[in-house]
Design a protein around this ligand. Structure first.
Ligand code: B1M
Length: 212
């Protein structure tokens, strides 16, 4: 569809104004928010990543594309999060230390809030101590995002620190992000892994079910 392609291209161009205008146009024309998210925004960011890998884009281009996507997410947020009302449990979520990527985390937060979870957003570049504080502060799930192969190892650092501080048994640990796999989650002793924001909801629900 032409409008979806326009939105996707506006993200690739890093044109926040056009991205927002086209998203609003799409919604007014009856386009589904989920479709805009997956087929235009996320797809656009994937292309940005490909262009970066090929050396056509550099960090500034990635950054302005991310700004365009973030601006569009602000519009979609209430629509995507509209369904849920129940308080299902408290989740503290952050991007691990050394990692500044937050778009995926924001999407996961939107979906979890939409499903009725209470969210404590710890932000980006979050050291282990802050995850521990959150666990002590009553979070039932500690959720971590990482986008870099160089920072994903900090997820293990957090899990080890939770153990060392004797709070590992009080919380469930959920991880995700582009380089993360189920086998990595198993390897570092996380309780759950979700490949995307939608499945993060399902996994969080089942983790709390398991926790009783
Ligand atoms: Co960065 N970057 N970046 N970047 N960046 C990637 C991740 C990269 C794959 C690009 C590439 O080479 N193709 C590459 C990583 C390579 C690697 O480690 N294997 C990379 C690199 C190298 C870097 C720098 C090192 C570049 C440099 O400085 N030379 C640098 C590192 C900075 C740092 O963090 N210390 C850097 C910087 C940046 C920007 C700041 C410019 C910007 C981020 C801005 C921001 O987030 N506010 C940026 C961007 C935009 C990207 C790409 C293009 C897009 C990321 C994104 O937002 N995707 C990315 C390439 C790509 O992903 N194709 C890239 C859209 C988002 C919806 O997807 O985040 O995967 P994603 O989230 C998904 C799932 O992963 C999952 O659900 C989400 C929704 O479905 N998920 C979870 C995520 N977290 C989850 C948690 C869960 C469950 C599921 O449970 C807790």
């Amino acid at each position: 569809m032409a409008l979806l392609e326009d939105i996707r291209q506006a993200v690739i161009d890093g044109n926040a104004k056009a991205t927002v205008a086209k998203v609003e146009e799409g919604l007014a024309a009856g386009l589904d928010a989920n479709r805009i998210l997956n087929d235009a925004l996320i797809s656009g960011m994937q292309e940005v990543g490909r262009l970066f890998e090929e050396g056509e884009y550099f960090v500034p281009e990635m950054l302005i594309a991310a700004r365009a996507m973030t601006a569009a997410l602000k519009i979609l947020r209430p629509l995507l999060a509209a369904q849920g009302v129940r308080a299902l449990g408290k989740i503290a979520i952050g991007t691990v230390q050394g990692d500044l990527h937050d778009i995926g985390k924001s999407l996961v937060i939107m979906m979890l809030e939409g499903a009725g979870f209470e969210i404590v957003d710890l932000g980006i570049d979050v050291p282990a101590e802050r995850f521990i504080e959150a666990a002590r502060g009553g979070a039932q799930i500690v959720a971590m995002s990482a986008l870099l192969t160089t920072t994903m190892t900090n997820m293990k650092t957090v899990i080890d620190a939770l153990k060392a501080e004797n709070v590992r048994d009080q919380v469930r640990v959920l991880i995700g992000g582009a380089p993360i796999t189920q086998s990595y989650a198993d390897e570092i002793g996380a309780d759950g892994y979700a490949p995307d924001a939608t499945s993060a909801v399902r996994v969080a629900q089942s983790l709390l079910g398991e926790a009783g």
